[in-house]
Design a binder for this molecule. Structure first.
Ligand SMILES: Cc1cc2nc3c(=O)[nH]c(=O)nc-3n(C[C@H](O)[C@H](O)[C@H](O)COP(=O)(O)OP(=O)(O)OC[C@H]3O[C@@H](n4cnc5c(N)ncnc54)[C@H](O)[C@@H]3O)c2cc1C
Length: 431
């Protein structure tokens, strides 16, 4: 994994080989130590489940796509109140709470589509109709944007938007677990149901551990793993590269630079000063479907330069932006581009959290809260809610309707999914 975040955590002391006792039965096994795994562990801790084991083939948390120090977060704005729009609105609020310790609130400016007419009044009305208040999402025309954003561009200003250091968030949740709760450097090759317990096997086909519950937080790796128990998920890899460029502010195009993060077709953080007039800038990201090559590509740097020119509406000559580093990661994406979170119908104790795509911050936070509610309900009922995802009273009140919860469930890809509608509060209480 290429990356520009090296962290300061000393992993040498925690990467020893802990050997679980195959006879011991865990309350939960979590496969994956990225932001999805961190979200699940948070839910387990919230429900006072401590007899769990996190397994990852990496040597420490966030060695996969979550080795990312600045993942942007703001609600999506579409034409109407689509499911994606409603879900991100809800998930954005959860993300600010769940990942508060790793949150950088610098505000995010979402650029209006280039070449389309910009009507500020209409956009303001639209934002209000979507449930934003006048301080949380603000339509700005070109003139109004200069003092706030630093550049002359129309769009939507999210003052509460920001970015999350995903690696730090993973370390917060997974870096302080007890030695018997984590197993690094271990690749899982298969799962089996033996005597009503889910059992995991390593690459040498050796039985490693067993549990009533397995959470698959293993990104694209989930596809091959769940296939071993007969579950077929429509997941695919999408390569992305974020470039770090150096440039001099003396360049004519660099007189006005953004003071906040910009998003749109691509995104960038505000540039930071290295020394004198020398600046550094993170710009991305490329989107290559069905590609899982982790090497940085020159072609992706070129693409990111072009994206920057388009965002700033100026011609930035290639030689002015010198690539000095890159973050390359593989996103996991489902057929319908929405994340997958929840239990798998017909497989009691099997849960999935993957397909976070380009919205790892928001989807992992929403999932963490949903799994917290779901597990609390399971504990209360002393039974698996394998066919249903329990939405919980607080999230329901916040706007998580049946159609939204259903749109996230892995059940949507299975025949008979209509029988797997989520359960709402009364479902748990009526034992
Ligand atoms: C260039 C780029 C830019 C992005 N920008 C943003 C952004 O601005 N905002 C945002 O919200 N999101 C962004 N994302 C998306 C975000 O990074 C991901 O959604 C998120 O990191 C995915 O987390 P994860 O835990 O699902 O996967 P990962 O972090 O990849 O974790 C999965 C873990 O599972 C482990 N694993 C897999 N298979 C096995 C196995 N068989 N045995 C043991 N372990 C296994 C892996 O080792 C890995 O550690 C970006 C992604 C890229 C690539």
């Amino acid at each position: 994994m290429q990356g520009f975040f090296n962290g300061d955590f000393n992993w040498q002391s925690v990467t020893h080989m802990y050997k679980p006792n195959p006879e011991h039965e865990y309350d939960a096994i979590v496969i994956g130590g990225g932001i999805a795994g961190a979200a699940i562990v948070r839910a387990l801790k919230n429900t006072s489940i401590s007899n769990f084991l996190v397994i990852d083939e990496g040597a420490h948390p966030a060695t996969g796509t979550s080795n990312h120090f600045a993942a942007l977060c703001h609600p999506y704005i579409g034409r109407g109140a689509s499911r994606l729009q409603r879900l991100t609105h809800l998930a954005f609020d959860e993300a600010r709470v769940v990942w508060a310790k790793s949150w950088h609130q610098g505000g995010v400016f979402h650029l209006a589509k280039k070449g389309s007419p910009f009507d500020k009044e209409k956009l303001s009305e639209h934002l209000l109709s979507l449930g934003f208040n006048s301080g949380s999402a603000i339509a700005l025309d070109k003139d109004q944007s200069v003092p706030i954003i630093g550049i002359r561009s129309a769009g939507t200003w999210f003052p509460e938007g920001g970015w999350v250091n995903l690696k730090k968030a993973c370390e917060e949740e997974l870096g302080h677990l007890q030695a018997h709760q984590v197993l690094w450097n271990t690749r899982i090759s298969a799962i089996e149901n033996i005597a009503k317990r889910w059992t995991v096997f390593d690459e040498k086909k050796q039985l490693l551990a067993k549990s009533k519950r397995i959470f698959f937080a293993s990104s694209v790796g989930t596809k091959a793993l769940v296939k071993t128990i007969g579950i077929d998920l429509p997941l695919k890899p999408v390569r992305g590269q974020l470039s770090t460029f150096q440039f001099s502010q003396e360049m004519p195009w660099a007189k006005n630079l953004p003071k906040v993060a910009l998003s749109g077709k691509a995104y960038c953080l505000p540039p930071t000063t290295l020394s004198g007039k020398l600046y550094e800038w993170q710009v991305g990201s490329t989107y290559d479907e069905e590609v899982d090559d982790l090497n940085p590509w020159e072609a992706s740097h070129d693409e990111n330069r072009e994206q920057l020119s388009e965002m700033l509406d100026v011609d930035v000559p290639e030689k002015d932006l010198m690539p000095t580093d890159a973050f390359v990661g593989i996103r996991c994406v489902a057929k319908d581009r929405l994340p997958m979170m929840g239990p798998v119908p017909g497989y009691p104790g099997i849960y999935i959290l993957t397909a976070l795509g380009s919205r790892g911050v928001m989807w992992s936070a929403l999932a963490s809260q949903m799994f917290t509610e779901h597990l609390a309900c399971e504990m209360h009922q002393s039974a698996f809610l394998d066919a249903r995802f329990f939405a919980g009273a607080r999230l329901t009140a916040a706007g998580l309707t049946a159609d939204l919860a259903g749109a996230l469930s892995p059940a949507r890809f299975f025949a008979g999914a209509s029988n797997s509608k989520p359960i709402f509060p009364s479902g748990c209480l009526a034992k």
